[in-house]
Ligand binder design. Structure first.
Ligand SMILES: [Zn+2]
Ligand SMILES: [Zn+2]
Length: 158
């Protein structure tokens, strides 16, 4: 492995750790828990939307993210066109804060009585191109909110 690839792997690892720390911080702030689990059917469907967006080219990256300098990145289903860096993700949240959108379930679109926030951490991915150069997809945090009935449906099959 060349030194550029090793450096990129180190950087991607640091970005993943940074992202996990911020997710733990968020979980703590929301009185939630951080753990390893299989996504339930609704989380899986939302994560598949990200995959489909990337595959079809309808989801891109904000201009601050670089494939040679991985940093924590964010994607939300209600603004699905971009994977964003932290400041751009924050701006997206500020745009909907205290709006009706902020209270909508990301699955059924009904106004939520109780908001159940979910966050998933996707790992960074390193690709080695035919040229021998390595590129990275950043670690992506996916955040969304479900109403209580949809949250119940999201339990993984026992
Ligand atoms: Zn950005
Ligand atoms: Zn719902």
């Amino acid at each position: 492995m060349n030194t550029a690839t090793t450096a990129l792997l180190d950087q991607a690892g640091a970005a993943v750790n940074h992202s996990l720390r911020s997710l733990a911080h968020l979980a703590h702030r929301l009185n939630g828990t951080l753990g390893h689990s299989e996504p339930g059917p609704i989380s899986t469907h939302i994560l598949e939307r990200l995959h489909t967006g990337l595959t079809r080219g309808t989801t891109g990256f904000c201009t601050h993210l670089s494939s040679t300098a991985p940093q924590p990145a964010f994607w939300v289903p209600w603004a699905a066109g971009k994977i964003r860096c932290a400041p751009c993700a924050d701006r997206a949240y500020q745009r909907i804060k205290n709006t009706r959108e902020d209270r909508k379930c990301d699955r059924c679109r009904r106004t939520m009585v109780t908001t159940n926030t979910l966050g998933w951490q996707l790992p960074a991915v390193i690709l080695t191109l035919p040229s021998g150069h390595a590129r990275s997809l950043p670690p992506v945090q996916v955040h969304f909110a479900l109403c209580t009935p949809c949250r119940q449906l999201d339990r993984p099959a026992a």
